[in-house]
Write a protein that binds this ligand. Structure first.
Ligand code: C2E
Ligand code: MG
Ligand code: MG
Length: 672
């Protein structure tokens, strides 16, 4: 029974579903409309109620009259609604507020109806007319005022209009009966109109909420598209290994900064790791990757996150730094190089690498990306020339040197330049017997505008712009042609560039070139430097072994100039080691220099590899080298580089005491 009553009450007070979006929207809209109309509703109820009370005679009116309570109640509720006007409530709060409104609407309607019927029974004919008027107006007015809350709107109809109409229908007065019928019909009409109004109201809210949810959906879709676009952009702009910005993102950032109208100057820094390749080659890519990740982490600390710090190539990085002038840029560049030069502890090993930096100070709105990059590149080139771990800032002098470099590049790109590059031949003698052992072919280039261009200058440029192969092959063919005319005992010593050395398939091509010129491989001597093997030691070894197998000799050139990596002596077999000129230059004046030279010569002796000393400029040096057991020698004290004809003539002489070639220099010890 209790359950049934509760069910019935539940049905009667069902004020709408708050779970669905539409239900919630309806709740809000009904409540909003009620908030606007309820004060009017109470005013209508109050005016009509007071009218009713006055019509039926104030004489009956006492303070304790139940009608007073109703008036008091209406005033309190009106105050409540006025206080809460415009307040935002949760759906559950709205539901309970509506339930309360429904209950009170029922109570007030019932009370009004009961009071109207009582007063009608007690009143005179005139007063009865007024009671009818106030009761009817109150029921119709209140039902309309509650139209946006139809369950509530039915209360004044069912609990006031219909019972009062029923009382009129029971009256013996035909006029009262007619009014009763009219009131019933009006009540039914009001119910119908409330229903129609509610259908329209629901439809309006439904379409508004459909538009709203469509707008929300579109907003979500737009937000999702923006998020996805940002994600795709981030992936496209990020270097996957280090998480730094990639070249594309960095260039875009640089372009944006250069394009700004005004702002502080900043520095663009390009960094190139010096000894990264051997880590990859010797310890594997995992170790190489770990080092790059650590480099990136150090740079991020310096240059910050985002597109300001980028990995723009395998072991090349770039930064945008807040340096306003050249000296600040140089200090920052040196600090970065010093920071990257600290040991790396990765995968249980300690690695040391260094890095060179090239910086250029830029002003927003002053210049384009291409020029900025080429200037930073020119500064980097200068940094590299200064030595490992060095930084250089772009200056007017660098610009001048860069201009010369660009001119050299332009000339080298033209294949006809090969004819302009000639060869000279510098003899290498046996220091004890004076016998001529070989001629080292040295490239010579004098340009009408640029003057003398040293091979130290143009060979690396030819390597960088990828024209070295054509130039070097041409020089090898020419020198092999010359060498074929020398006595069999005299070899051709040829400097092989780093690019050729580290390019797969170089060996068979070189052998084919000398074969075409009629020079046996046994008469070829290839000079390689340790740094030229750095780029790809594995390929260099394959090439050199193929040449050795064919009969050529391999010389390690400039030994002692760089790091004198002893490991190369273990990994590769060399037929001779050329001691770098810098080790000869200090002797015999410098005691440390003498000890160092002796130490290096002893090292070679213990490896049983003969030595060639280069850059011998004095008789003392010849004597000392001979005394320390150095087998061969080369240098201005023995002979300057000769042209092809002179070299041919020297080669034709059976045994030449090298001092005889030492034009104007001190004569050598005749015992040699
Ligand atoms: P390198 O192979 O060490 O060549 C010896 C360099 O020392 C030559 O300079 C030579 O002229 C110079 N020299 C000879 N005697 C003396 C001396 O007594 N004192 C001093 N201070 N220098 C002396 P050059 O011709 O300027 O060549 C420089 C470097 O350029 C060479 O060093 C070699 O690495 C490279 N190079 C020269 N020609 C070629 C070439 O045809 N191909 C390649 N790939 N590299 C070449
Ligand atoms: Mg050489
Ligand atoms: Mg050398």
């Amino acid at each position: 029974m209790v359950a049934r009553v509760r069910h019935l009450f539940g049905r009667l007070t069902d004020v709408g579903e708050a779970r669905s979006a539409l239900g919630r929207a309806l709740l809000y809209e009904r409540f909003r409309a009620l908030q606007r109309q309820i004060p009017l509703l109470y005013t209508v109820a109050l005016v009509n109620f007071l009218g009713l009370a006055f019509a039926s005679g104030l004489a009956n009116f006492t303070l304790l009259h139940p009608a007073n309570l109703l008036v008091l109640f209406v005033v309190v509720r009106m105050g409540h609604w006025l206080r809460n006007r415009g307040r935002q409530l949760a759906p559950e709060e709205i539901q309970s507020e509506l339930r309360r409104t429904l209950f009170l609407a029922a109570l007030i309607s019932f009370g009004f109806g009961f009071y109207a019927i009582t007063q009608f029974n007690l009143s005179s004919a005139y007063q009865q007319g007024l009671v009818i008027l106030f009761a009817s107006l109150a029921s119709v007015g209140c039902a309309y005022a509650l139209a946006s809350f139809p369950v509530g709107a039915r209360m004044p109809v069912w609990l006031l209009a219909i019972p009062f109409a029923g009382r009129l229908l029971l009256s013996p007065n035909s006029g009262h009966i007619a009014v009763g019928i009219s009131l019933v019909l009006t009540a039914l009409l009001v119910l119908r109109l409330v229903k129609i109004h509610d259908e329209g109201f629901v439809e309006l809210v439904r379409s508004r909420s459909a538009v709203e949810s469509e707008r929300e959906r579109a907003q979500h879709a737009e937000q999702a598209a923006l998020t996805e676009k940002a994600r795709v952009r981030e992936v496209a702009d990020t270097d996957p290994l280090t998480g730094l910005a990639n070249r594309r993102a960095f260039i875009a950032e640089l372009e944006e900064r250069l394009g700004r109208n005004g702002g502080r100057p900043f520095a663009l820094a390009l960094l190139d790791l010096d000894d990264f390749k051997p880590i990859n080659d010797i310890f594997g890519h995992a170790a190489g990757d770990a080092v790059l990740i650590e480099v990136a982490a150090r740079l991020r600390r310096q240059g910050g996150a985002g597109p300001l710090t980028a990995r723009i190539g395998g072991d090349e990085f770039a930064l945008i730094l807040p340096c306003g002038d050249e000296s600040a840029a140089e200090r920052t560049g040196m600090r970065i190089c010093e920071m990257l030069g600290r040991p790396y502890h990765v995968e249980g090993r300690d690695f040391r690498i260094s890095s060179c930096a090239g910086l250029v100070v830029l002003t927003p709105g002053g210049g384009d990306v291409r020029t900025a990059l080429s200037r930073a590149d020119a500064a980097l080139y200068t940094g590299k020339e200064k030595g490992r771990g060095s930084a250089a800032v772009f200056t007017a002098e660098i610009e001048q040197a860069n201009g010369r470099r660009i001119e050299i590049e332009r000339r080298l790109s033209d294949p006809s330049i090969r004819e302009a590059i000639s060869l000279s031949y510098q003899p290498i003698f046996d220091l004890s017997t004076g016998a001529l052992r070989s001629f080292e072919a040295l490239a010579r280039w004098t340009d009408p505008d640029l003057g003398l261009i040293s091979p130290v200058e143009f060979i690396p440029i030819a390597e960088q712009i990828n024209v070295i192969e054509g130039i070097s092959d041409g020089l090898l063919a020419r020198s092999a042609r010359e060498a074929a005319r020398w006595p069999d005992a005299v070899r051709l010593s040829f400097n092989l560039s780093a690019v050729q050395l580290c390019t797969a398939g170089s060996a068979p091509r070189l052998l084919a070139i000398i074969a075409a010129e009629g020079l046996a491989p046994e008469r070829l001597q290839i000079e390689v430097t340790e740094t030229s093997m750095l780029a790809d030691f594995a390929t260099a070894r394959v090439n050199l072994e193929a040449l050795r197998v064919a009969g050529a000799r391999i010389l390690l050139d400039d030994f002692g100039a760089g790091f004198a990596s002893i490991s190369y002596l273990r990994e590769m077999i060399f037929d001779a080691i050329k001691i770098d000129g810098s080790l000869i230059a200090g002797v015999p004046q410098s005691p440390i220099g003498v000890r160092l030279l002796k130490g290096v010569l002893d090292l070679c002796a213990s490896l049983r590899v003969p030595c060639v000393a280069e850059h011998i400029e004095t008789q003392e040096q010849i004597d000392m080298l001979r005394q320390f057991g150095c087998r061969d020698g080369q240098g201005f004290a023995l002979s300057a580089p000769l042209d092809a004809e002179e070299a041919g003539a020297l080669g034709a002489a059976k045994v030449v005491p090298f001092a005889a070639r030492n034009r104007g220099r001190r004569k050598h010890d005749s015992a040699a």
